[in-house]
Ligand binder design. Structure first.
Ligand code: FE2
Length: 327
C-alpha cells in the first residue's frame, strides 16, 4: 500500500505565479514505514523534480525519519548523484555521518550564516541540497530560504545599475585559509583540506588548474582569489537568479583572518557599491522564508534557484545535510 502524502500550507509560506514557496508535502499515514516512504519517493520522483524546479524547495514533513541512516536511505530513493565534500572547495568545516550525509556548518550557535548559494564562490558547486532536522534547536536555528529569481527581479527594479554591473562583470572572491582546520570559524577549512594538497606545491598546481591566483602569508595561511565567477545564472526556463555568495561574503566572511570588505569585488577588480549590496541583502531578507524545523523534516532545495543560510540558535541543533552533484 502506498502512503498518503498531501500538500499542506504553513505560516509564512509564500505564493508566486508558479505556485507556493516552499512546497510542503506532509505524510498523512500515521503508521507509514521508512520503506513505504522510500517507495513513494521513487514512484513520484519525476513529479517531485518538476515541483522542485518550479518552487525551488520542497519541505517533507511527518515522514517516518528519525536518524541519519533514515535520511541517507530517503536521499538514495531520489537516485541523485552524490556531491562529495572532499571534491568541493567549500570553506566550511564538516563532519561526515554517512558517505553522503554530514553535519551542516559546525560554526557556533551565535554565528549567523548569511544567505548564499552553496559553493557559488567556487567553480565546483552542487545542483541541489537536502537538509534533515535530527534535532530542532531550543530557540531559533531556522534555515532561511530566499528565491533568487524574485530577488534579482527586485534588484533590477530598485538597484538597476548594480544588478547590471553584477550580471556583466561577475565577481571575484578572496579568502584566507588557515594552515589547519579552525572549527571556530564558519569558514575555517584549511587550504590543505580545501585543495586536497599535502604541500604548497600541490595546492598551487590545483589552484592553477582551477584558475585561482594566490599569495602565501607569513603565518602559513593562504590568501586565494577565484577566477571571475558569474553573479547571475540563467535557468533552463529563462529565469535569471542572483547566483553567488555576495551577501554572505560581504556580511559574514569575517573571522580572525578575513575582512569582509576585501573578500569580494566585481570581476574587473573594482570595489562593490556598499549601499547597493546592503540594499540587496535587505531585499533578500524581505522575501525570506524561515524553515520552522520539526524533528524528522527534510528540505530539498534547488541550489540554482534558492539561497539558504542559518539563523542563530540556543540549545542543541542537529541539522544534517547532503549535496547533489551538478548534471
Ligand atoms: Fe551552505
Amino acid at each position: 500500500m502506498s502512503i498518503d502524502v498531501q500538500p499542506i500550507s504553513v505560516p509564512g509560506q509564500q505564493s508566486y505565479d508558479d505556485g507556493p514557496f516552499p512546497v510542503v508535502l506532509a505524510c498523512q499515514s500515521d503508521d507509514a514505514t521508512l520503506e513505504e516512504a522510500i517507495d513513494w519517493v521513487a514512484e513520484n520522483k519525476a513529479d517531485l523534480e518538476k515541483q522542485l524546479a518550479q518552487s525551488g524547495t520542497i519541505l517533507f514533513r511527518d515522514f517516518p525519519l528519525a536518524a541519519d541512516q533514515d535520511f541517507d536511505a530517503f536521499i538514495k530513493a531520489f537516485d541523485f548523484e552524490n556531491f562529495r565534500y572532499e571534491d568541493s572547495l567549500s570553506n566550511a568545516v564538516r563532519v561526515n555521518r554517512t558517505e553522503r550525509v554530514f553535519t551542516a556548518n559546525e560554526a557556533p550557535p551565535e554565528v549567523t550564516i548569511y544567505l548564499h548559494h552553496e559553493m557559488a564562490q567556487t567553480p565546483i558547486y552542487p545542483s541541489k541540497l537536502l537538509f534533515f532536522c535530527e534535532q530542532a534547536a531550543e530557540t531559533g536555528g531556522a534555515t532561511p530560504l530566499c528565491r533568487s529569481d524574485i530577488l534579482f527581479q527586485k534588484m533590477q527594479e530598485e538597484i538597476p545599475e548594480f544588478a547590471k554591473a553584477c550580471e556583466e562583470k561577475g565577481l571575484l572572491y578572496t579568502n584566507i585559509m588557515p594552515a589547519e582546520n579552525d572549527p571556530n570559524s564558519g569558514m575555517g577549512r584549511s587550504w590543505q583540506s580545501t585543495f586536497r594538497a599535502d604541500s604548497k606545491e600541490a595546492a598551487e598546481s590545483r589552484m592553477l588548474e582551477l584558475g585561482y591566483t594566490w599569495e602565501w602569508l607569513e603565518d602559513g595561511c593562504l590568501k586565494a582569489t577565484t577566477p571571475v565567477l558569474p553573479a547571475v545564472r540563467v535557468l533552463s526556463d529563462g529565469r535569471k537568479t542572483f547566483y553567488n555568495q555576495l551577501i554572505a561574503a560581504f556580511k559574514g566572511w569575517k573571522d580572525s583572518r578575513n575582512d569582509p570588505s576585501k573578500a569580494i569585488t566585481l570581476g574587473d577588480g573594482t570595489p562593490l557599491d556598499k549601499d547597493a549590496v546592503l540594499k540587496a541583502a535587505d531585499l533578500a531578507e524581505e522575501i525570506t522564508f524561515d524553515v520552522p524545523w520539526q524533528n524528522g523534516d527534510v528540505a530539498l532545495v534547488d541550489n540554482y534557484l534558492v539561497m539558504h543560510g542559518r539563523r542563530t540558535f540556543s540549545g542543541t541543533r542537529k541539522v544534517l545535510a547532503s549535496l547533489v552533484a551538478a548534471e
